[in-house]
Design a protein around this ligand. Sequence first.
Ligand code: PMV
Length: 313
Amino acid sequence: MSATASAPGKIILFGEHAVVYGRPAIAVPVLQVASRVTVEEAESGVHVVSSRGSRTLLPGDLNGDDPIAAVLRHTLSAIQYPGFPNITITIDSTIPVAGGLGSGAAVSTAVARAMALHLGRTLDAATVSALVYEVEKIHHGTPSGIDNTVIAFGRPVYFMRGRPIEMLIVPRPFTLVVADTGIASLTKIAVGDVRRSWEAGRERFEALFDRCGDVARRARALIEGGRPEMLGPLMNENHAALREMGVSCAELDTLVGAAITGGALGAKLSGGGRGGNMIALVKSGTEAAMAEALLRAGAKRTIVTEVGGSFQV
Ligand code: PMV
């Protein structure tokens, strides 16, 4: 007998980095990419199989820093499973790693769900989100919690640290082109650099975070008011603030510039920055031309996604 579960990728539309400092942010699932995990009975121990190879976890590994071991530990505790299961966990993910698309949180989410299912239990989204947050601390250091929330719930969210989750209502879907610089970037490093800069110049950084928070609030009103085509200037403003924080890079700026030149309504980096992905808001029907323009400008791959759907678990 085996159990399978999936989780989507995600992008941050507005408010990355500032969200770590209590400002609101907006994140949405990217349904075109996903992590898919199958859990089945094994003879003994926990075997993890993925495109990166395979390994075996022993009961003694449960308290270590291995992210899958951490998911295992928190899931077993959430379902109050008394022993150590004998299972094979097979991970298959189409979400690029270290690109700001939430690959770590999606793998953790799918592993937790598939494992619980295999052991005869189901976990609600809030429980999955809370346990994935614990695992995210290993990858990220001081995660805001936005990645685990949007991925576990599989729906657009308006997120503020420490506040109850608010789902974002999207009455009129809109189209984004996501473009990858191809530069792998660890969120933990960008977040750490922002912290050091904030410590060195609190007033300036608090003002930048306020700007991003304000943008996220205005963006929410436009999205929920059914006027997503007006989000462009807010994306440009958010990108400018992120540049001032020092988390953009030449390649991201080039792609953002190419998107604007190519007719995007707005564009910005998305996620931790310093590489990874950028997003461009486009008029429906122009997405293929925009994807081509971004590839010509150096993007390594593009994903066209429509914001407004939700992920079916
Ligand atoms: O995982 P990424 O690269 O999309 O970045 C997460 C967003 C940050 O605000 C930079 C960090 C966080 O924990 O919210």
